[in-house]
Design a protein around this ligand. Structure first.
Ligand code: PEP
Length: 251
């Protein structure tokens, strides 16, 4: 069975609502130039999720959030529950992004709770894993990714796992202009799939594994051509509609 091809844009803390709506509309406008086989997802800040859902209405572009709370509801000032995100019409939520692990102390313990909230509200998690430069240079990248998967993904039921997207994002390649080579990406994507196979057997063949880290129109095709790379999680280049769409042409 062919795996889903996905290009997801993580807008991070960029765009005010009017800019976000303009960007989403530009993606919708250019979408027909890219193969229908590509599933596009845009992940704006919480503040304009609902406006972006409205802006992409009638197209096949899906909307996701960049995080969700560990709890269902209650006295958690400043938090956004998965139910609130789902109620806006979002289908996805990015969880475990390296910036959240690094700057906001996200751990496997908190991520297990967030994953449970996402599934309880029918959101598909885009679960991020990846090593930092020191870990890569010490040759620990396989072990780091394995632990990030075992500690969180291995707790999922088969039904939940069948509705999961994984993003491999080497921290040293995020926003740095440095990209993993297509061979490096394939090597670790194949390894991640092997780890998933240990727990979920044949279901692992269906799990989309995206590459993220300075992916752009000029390098997407080479990376996406690799067998175990099923698309990209895109940061900087997702802020320019033509670049984001051109990445989709990399398939
Ligand atoms: C990201 O942070 O998810 C990312 C891939 O960023 P960039 O494309 O800017 O490296």
């Amino acid at each position: 069975m062919a795996r889903k091809k996905i290009v997801a844009g993580n807008w991070k803390m960029n765009t005010v609502p009017a800019e976000g709506v303009e960007l989403a509309k530009a993606v919708v406008a250019g979408r027909s130039e890219v193969c229908e086989c590509v599933n596009f997802i845009v992940c704006p800040p919480f503040t304009h999720l609902s406006q972006v859902v409205e802006a992409v209405k009638g197209s096949d572009i899906a909307v996701g959030a960049q995080d969700c709370a560990t709890e269902a509801k209650g006295a958690y000032t400043g938090e956004i529950a998965a139910s609130m995100i789902a109620a806006l019409g979002c289908k996805y939520v990015i969880l475990g992004h390296s910036e959240r692990r690094q700057y906001y102390g996200e751990t496997s313990e908190t991520l297990n709770k967030k994953m449970a909230q996402a599934y309880a509200n029918n959101l598909t998690p885009i679960y991020c894993v990846g090593e930092n430069l020191e870990e890569r240079e010490a040759g620990n990248h396989f072990a780091v990714c394995k632990a990030q998967i075992e500690e969180v993904v291995f707790n999922l039921t088969e039904e939940q796992f069948a509705n999961l997207v994984i993003a491999y994002e080497p921290v040293w390649a995020i926003g740095t202009g440095k990209t993993a080579t297509a061979e490096q990406a394939q090597e670790i994507h194949a390894y991640i799939r092997e780890v998933l196979r240990e727990k979920f057997g044949a279901l692992a063949e269906e799990c989309p594994i995206l590459y993220g880290g300075s992916c752009k129109p000029s390098n997407a095709a080479e990376i996406f051509a690799k067998e175990d790379v099923d698309g990209g999680l895109i940061g900087g280049a997702a802020l320019v509609a033509t670049d984001f769409l051109a990445i989709g042409k990399g398939f």
